[in-house]
Structure formats: C-alpha cells, structure tokens
Write a protein that binds this ligand. Structure first.
Ligand SMILES: C[C@H](O)[C@H](O)[C@H]1CNC2=NC(N)=NC(=O)C2=N1
Length: 100
C-alpha cells in the first residue's frame, strides 16, 4: 500500500544516509543512497550483498555501478511510489553498511 507523504517523512527517520528523490526516468518518488567503496572488488561485494537481500525480500532495487561507486534507488513499481517494502529493504541495506 502506497504510503502517504507524512508516513514517508516519518519512515525516513529510520534510515541512515538515504535521500528522498524523484526518479527522473520513472517519475516516481524513490529512496536513494550512494557509496564510494575503497575498491572495485568491495563495490562488487556490496552489490552482491544487496542482490541477496533483494532476492530474499522479493523486492528489487535499481543498482547503478561505476567502478568503486554504487547508487541504489528503491521504489514500488506497482504502487508507483513508496511502500513499507521499500523501507524494509533500505533498513536491511543499512545493516550491511555497519557490518565489515
Ligand atoms: C511479483 C513480484 O512480487 C513483483 O514483480 C515485485 C518484484 N520486485 C519488485 N521490486 C520493486 N522495487 N518494486 C516492485 O514493485 C517489485 N515487484
């Protein structure tokens, strides 16, 4: 179920380092987070960790990879907006960042 703007604002406080964006191509609100990893290998490892979470949750982010840079954008296609599923995935991704 699509979250109302006030619920989105509240849920944003549960995340670390994410911004609320409007996706330029898909014209939908999305959660966005970027990383600069120390190496290409570290970026690929992070990509794979995110992919595993996405498969486990059956919720799939857009992941843009460029050398050591990663950007993840999450939204719910069916709802053309943000739902609890987006925040659940973003929170799980935040847990990765604190785990070496
Ligand atoms: C059937 C399946 O649950 C849907 O296609 C899922 C898969 N992963 C998804 N991922 C994201 N980010 N948004 C969706 O709406 C979505 N839909």
């Amino acid at each position: 179920m699509k979250l109302q703007p006030t619920d989105v604002q509240l849920a944003m406080t549960s995340l670390t380092g994410w911004t609320l964006d409007t996706h330029a191509q898909h014209h939908t609100p999305c959660l966005s987070k970027s990383w600069a990893l120390p190496s290409f290998e570290a970026a690929v490892t992070r990509f794979n960790q995110i992919a595993q979470l996405a498969q486990a949750q059956d919720h799939h982010p857009e992941v843009l990879s460029s050398y050591t840079q990663l950007q993840v954008r999450i939204w719910t296609h069916d709802a053309a907006g943000l739902t609890h599923k987006d925040f659940t995935l973003a929170q799980a991704i935040d847990q990765l960042s604190t785990t070496p």
